[in-house]
Ligand binder design. Structure first.
Ligand SMILES: Nc1ncnc2c1ncn2[C@@H]1O[C@H](COP(=O)(O)OP(=O)(O)OP(=O)(O)O)[C@@H](O)[C@H]1O
Ligand SMILES: O=C(O)C1=C[C@@H](O)[C@@H](O)[C@H](O)C1
Ligand SMILES: [Mg+2]
Length: 181
């Protein structure tokens, strides 16, 4: 697989709670790649939580930090990068991610809700109707996520290990011509 990938970065995209961070760790390990989580980099660089950044500086400031981080990390190779759920919102982010392979992890809202129902670390879900919020975010973002190179549908009973293996098995089918030269 590493022979085929030639160090090309993998970008994991998808809704919050779908498992980008969890699966990304395992995927990096299986590929012998480094692992970076853009949310983690932002939190460390800002010295505050994502909730605090949203509350004190606003979502637009968070999105700028996210683009800045992505612009930095895309200069490196042999990385699996777990992105934030909203990375697909900015056109410039696609410009950065297009240098690698973009994977969309896609799970039904009910799975996301079950996983994040008790979680208060996602500012966009601090809503009186988290289920409705997830549906509206998904409706807005689905056309964007669908521009990924690889679409992996997640069902309830798949472990993160199984999902990482499915991604690895699917990669040869989608390696872009420019990456094979
Ligand atoms: N395949 C899975 N099966 C069961 N639970 C999972 C699976 N993948 C992830 N989880 C759990 O779901 C929660 C959210 O996962 P994770 O933080 O990896 O999502 P994420 O896509 O990175 O979300 P965000 O966009 O908010 O960063 C975690 O508690 C994680 O342990
Ligand atoms: O879906 C989103 O917009 C977000 C997802 C998380 O990964 C974080 O980046 C933040 O909570 C915003
Ligand atoms: Mg994450």
């Amino acid at each position: 697989m590493n022979y085929l990938l030639k160090g090309v970065n993998l970008y994991l995209t998808g809704m919050m709670g779908v498992g980008k961070t969890t699966v990304g760790h395992l995927l990096a390990h299986q590929l012998g790649y480094g692992f970076i989580d853009t949310d983690d980099v932002i939190v460390k660089a800002a010295g505050k939580s994502i909730n605090e950044i949203f509350t004190e500086e606003g979502e637009a400031a968070f999105r700028q930090l996210e683009s800045d981080v992505l612009g930095q990390v895309c200069a490196y190779t042999k990385l699996t990068i777990a992105t934030g759920g909203g990375i697909v919102l900015r056109r410039e982010n696609w410009g950065y991610m297009r240098h690698g392979l973009i994977v969309w992890l896609d799970a039904p809202v009910q799975i996301l809700l079950n996983r994040l129902g008790e979680d208060d670390t996602r500012p966009l879900l601090q809503d009186s109707d988290p289920e409705g919020k997830l549906y509206s975010l998904l409706q807005q973002r689905q056309p964007l996520y669908s521009q990924a190179d690889l679409h992996i549908t997640i069902t309830d009973n798949q472990t993160p290990e199984e999902i990482a293996t499915r991604i690895i098995e699917a990669i040869p089918r989608v390696l872009k011509t420019q990456h094979q030269n």
